[in-house]
Design a protein around this ligand. Structure first.
Ligand code: CA
Length: 228
């Protein structure tokens, strides 16, 4: 599926030029001409990347950047006019991923977009792999590594462990785990969770004192991990 880019830019000729080149490069493009419309467009149809002008009517690029960041990790590239001072530090604090100074070469814009998306893609991939002391849970290869050894683990056990370990120290009820790991259409009961936890414990017990699979009596389970 085509990656979607939202352009928020009040200068129509720049916006159209960006649209033309991005579409030619295979992106699907939506454009908004002011910050308010940009926020509406962002919420209605979340894009894969935002190109954001700084000087905009209604809501400026910084304010919009902050709004978007409060809701999403989507990559944001700021467009700044020559002469406008772009403060890199405050830009990064607002959560922008990169910036481009106008007038720009389209080649440069495309290169920056691809670079930022690659970086973002890697970050998203990284979340498929969790590492703790003596423990790696890798959902790309569906492997569990304990110490130096790969331990044979059925998919559901691994998914359950990954789910718990994705939110360390958060308590999940058995029903939450059934819904979130097995899915709503699963007809098992909460003992299924207990059985899987028991089997995981057999693989994990005594491996590290930095984390453990804990029973929270009367509630459910949590992956307890000590902070760094
Ligand atoms: Ca502008």
């Amino acid at each position: 599926m085509a990656k979607r880019v939202l352009i928020v830019e009040d200068e129509a000729n720049i916006s159209q030029l960006l649209r033309l080149y991005l579409e030619k490069d295979g992106f699907s493009v939506e454009a908004a001409a002011d910050g308010g419309a940009g926020l509406v467009a962002f919420r209605q149809n979340p894009p894969d990347l935002v190109l954001l002008d700084i000087m905009l009517p209604v809501m400026d690029g910084w304010a919009l950047c902050r709004e978007i960041r409060a809701e999403s990790k989507v990559p944001i590239i700021m467009l700044t006019a020559k002469g406008e001072t772009y403060d890199k530090v405050s830009g990064l604090e607002m959560g922008a991923d990169d910036y481009i100074v106008k007038p720009f070469e389209m080649k440069e814009v495309l290169a920056r977009i691809h670079a930022v998306m690659r970086r973002y893609g890697h970050a998203a991939d990284a979340a498929r792999r969790l590492a703790f002391d003596q423990l790696v849970i890798d959902m790309d290869s569906y492997t569990l590594t304990v110490g130096e050894k790969t331990v044979d683990t059925p998919p559901k056990e691994l998914e359950l462990l990954f789910h718990l370990a994705s939110s360390p120290n958060r308590v999940f009820t058995r029903n939450q785990l059934l819904d979130e790991v097995w899915g709503f259409d699963y007809f098992g009961d909460s003992r299924t969770v207990d059985v899987h936890v028991k089997r995981l414990r057999e693989k994990l017990e005594g491996v590290s004192d930095r984390w453990s699979l804990k029973t929270v009596w009367g509630v459910g389970y949590k992956f307890e991990a000590l902070g760094e």
